[in-house]
Design a binder for this molecule. Structure first.
Ligand code: ZN
Length: 132
């Protein structure tokens, strides 16, 4: 298992981490199997979406903010309930197939680390399961 650090710069942010995940793949020389990406935070997440147009992550962030407003009658005293809810909706992990030593992603797909309560120093884990 490999651990990566992400330093987020804003309160809400989606950061393309695909190249970091590919680094783990190259180091481990797994030709076929499954790559798991896990985010060990309750106010961040990981997702797969479009990497070509930078407006797409911005639109996702904008619409999530409409559905789950920053301020509401939340009970959680820390004041970051919106971030907790977004984290649960988007999810803490992704699984991507590995074939011929490459991640099987669509042409326009990337893995994104999703920050919902930044800026912070964050981490994520990558675990490669080789198929026999
Ligand atoms: Zn909290």
């Amino acid at each position: 298992m490999k651990q990566f650090t992400v330093r987020t710069k804003s309160q809400f942010e989606m950061i393309d981490i695909t190249n970091q995940v590919r680094t783990a793949l190259r180091e481990n020389n797994v030709k076929s199997g499954i790559c798991y990406v896990f985010v060990p935070h309750t106010t961040a997440a990981v997702t797969i979406n479009e990497n070509a147009d930078p407006s797409v992550p911005l639109d996702i962030i904008m619409e999530l903010d409409k559905v789950i407003p920053l301020h509401d009658n939340y009970r959680h005293l820390e004041g970051n309930s919106a971030a907790h809810i977004k984290s649960s909706l988007i999810g803490s992990s992704e699984a991507v197939f590995i074939e011929d030593g490459h991640l099987i992603l669509g042409t326009w797909q990337s893995l994104f680390f999703c920050e919902f309560d930044g800026p912070r120093t964050r981490k994520f884990f990558v675990k490669l399961i080789a198929a026999t």
